[in-house]
Design a protein around this ligand. Structure first.
Ligand code: BTN
Length: 249
């Protein structure tokens, strides 16, 4: 990862927002990172809480040709995080569509935002990874964690960032050659596999069976196979206590 790719701020409201505000000034491949994000946000308009100087909080700006496979990018990012953390012997799972779990708790979140201009798509890939946080905000501590809390070790955030970017770059160059082998990692590390979930939008229960080549979650309801994209459904654990239900949303 070349240094000139990174624009770093000691503090910033949101790295995704910064890229969106500077979309036409930034070179594709630019990484915007901050030591402290004050108004970070995630999927479903949730806020992303940060702690000064302890986590990895960054966004990557890409410009790609729009194809029927572009929606796989968020899975590609999840697979890159899995491979990068594996280098540090940190064995994570993906809670479809794009949360990263360590010991069943959320350690990272991914938010991919897009702007389509003619046949091109501008991608803003936001990643929040809890690295050295010692204590999480009480509102999230039952379902979130940090690498330090799970491994009792402090990590160099820059070295982890380099590992993530190495795998992201590798998977992206394969993706541009229409090689989607990163989907195998998403399938192998599917935290929801064989779990019964409640599909909120359809008010029905089903068992998670797979993730298909379109990045859709494959579920079985009685003898019917259902497939949903990440933007179509939210899931709730259908049989566990409320605390765990929150975990699945
Ligand atoms: C989620 O869990 O819903 C996704 C969370 C994504 C958070 C990251 S932190 C860097 C980037 N900037 C933001 O405002 N959000 C993303």
């Amino acid at each position: 990862m070349s240094k000139k790719r990174v624009i770093h701020f000691t503090s910033l409201d949101s790295t995704n927002k910064y890229i969106k505000e500077h979309l036409y000034d930034l070179e594709p491949g630019t990484i915007v990172s901050t030591d402290y994000q004050t108004a970070g946000y995630g999927r479903l308009s949730r806020s992303w809480l940060d702690q000064k100087g302890t986590n990895l909080t960054f966004s990557v700006f890409l410009k790609e040709t729009l194809t029927s496979h572009t929606s796989l990018i968020s899975q590609l990012v999840a697979a890159s995080l899995i491979k990068a953390l594996e280098e540090f012997n940190i064995h994570c799972y993906i809670k479809w569509p794009n949360d990263i779990l360590l010991h069943s708790k959320k350690v990272a979140g991914i938010l991919v935002e897009t702007v389509i201009v003619d046949k091109e798509i501008y991608l803003i890939i936001g990643i929040g990874l809890n690295v050295n946080t010692q204590a999480l905000d009480p509102s999230i501590e039952s379902k979130a964690t940090s690498i330090l809390l799970e491994t009792n070790k402090e990590y160099d955030r820059d070295i982890i960032l380099q590992a993530i970017m190495k795998h992201l770059d590798l998977f992206l160059s394969e993706f541009r050659k229409e090689n989607y082998s990163f989907m195998n990692i998403c399938r192998e590390r599917n935290a929801l596999l064989n779990q019964e979930v409640y599909i909120n939008q359809y008010k029905t229960k089903a068992i998670v069976k797979d993730i298909d080549n379109n990045g859709h979650l494959v579920l079985k309801e009685d003898n019917t196979i259902l497939r949903f994209s990440g933007s179509e459904v939210t899931l709730t654990n259908s049989y566990q206590a409320l605390g765990d239900k929150e975990w699945l949303k």
